[in-house]
Ligand binder design. Structure first.
Ligand SMILES: Nc1ncnc2c1ncn2[C@@H]1O[C@H](COP(=O)(O)OP(=O)(O)OP(=O)(O)O)[C@@H](O)[C@H]1O
Length: 249
């Protein structure tokens, strides 16, 4: 009997530079889940996600996105994935509304539906008053929010975000979290890297920890406590214990 299709299934994923950055990584994220990917600096999180987003060629392994073999059919895979990098690029000479219309056009979204979605996203992210200003004058956080809106305007089924909350003020961070949670409630899957462990603790259905390119722990907070913590251990306590034990090994 086959189970439900995973939103993301990685098997034996491998990428080396002078040494392995992602080392035969196996990872499965269920459809409809909010998954937080944690790991110390240089653990291989961004490298993994860049391969999933089709921006970096793996040395070996497979990537399945909602049943699509992303290495064999990258275009079909990209159509259902949104990727928000930690340092996004947007077009400075465009206004947020023009940028979102452009991106929605690339995805083949109907222009009038795209305009409604764009306005709603910009309002939700507090960018409504700036919708007609060119992005060139925007702060880093404002650019980040425009990029996030661009990634969400085509209603992707798998949303992958690399450190989306870094650099956002508290109100904006709250709004981004609410938008992501509402996407999950609507059936999308979210995979997010973060160094803010309280965010993972509060928002994620399951948490995966990568160290040196390999998944070393995974589960709900309760499951992780069963594996590595005890009683009411915080995620921070467990994370530090894991990193220390891997360093000692
Ligand atoms: N283009 C590159 N050339 C050489 N080495 C690289 C390159 N990109 C990443 N690496 C190396 O691969 C390893 C994993 O890096 P990666 O950016 O995936 O880590 P990360 O888990 O995202 O870290 P952080 O939390 O600091 O963002 C690191 O050792 C890094 O130096």
């Amino acid at each position: 009997m086959t189970g439900p299709v995973a939103a993301l299934a990685l098997r034996g994923l491998m990428k080396s530079y002078d040494r392995p950055a992602v080392d035969r990584l196996d990872l499965a994220v269920r459809a409809g889940e909010f998954y937080a990917l944690l790991g110390p600096n240089g653990a291989g999180k961004t490298t993994t996600l860049r391969m999933v987003a089709g921006l970096l060629k793996p040395d070996a392994g497979s990537i399945d996105i909602l049943g699509i073999d992303a290495r064999a059919d990258p275009i079909a895979a990209k159509q259902i994935v949104a990727w928000v990098p930690d340092e996004p690029m947007i077009y400075d000479k465009l206004t947020p509304l023009e940028y979102l219309a452009f991106v929605a056009g690339l995805w083949g979204v109907d222009p009038s539906a795209a305009e409604i979605a764009a306005q709603e996203l910009l309002d939700d992210l507090g960018l409504g008053p700036h919708a007609h200003q060119r992005c060139e004058s925007f702060s880093k956080g404002m650019r980040q929010k425009v990029a996030l809106a661009g990634a969400l305007v085509h209603e992707p089924r798998l949303i992958i975000l690399d450190e989306p909350l870094t650099g956002l003020d508290a109100v904006s961070a709250r709004r981004v979290k609410e938008i992501l949670q509402s996407r999950v409630r609507a059936g999308a899957t979210v995979i997010m890297t973060t160094h803010i462990l309280e965010v993972a603790e509060r928002m994620a259905d399951r948490i995966g920890v990568i160290i040196a390119g390999r998944l070393v722990a995974e589960g709900t907070l309760t499951e992780l406590r069963g594996q590595i913590g005890q009683g009411q251990s915080s995620l921070e306590d467990m994370f530090v214990a894991l990193v220390d034990s891997e360093a000692a090994a």
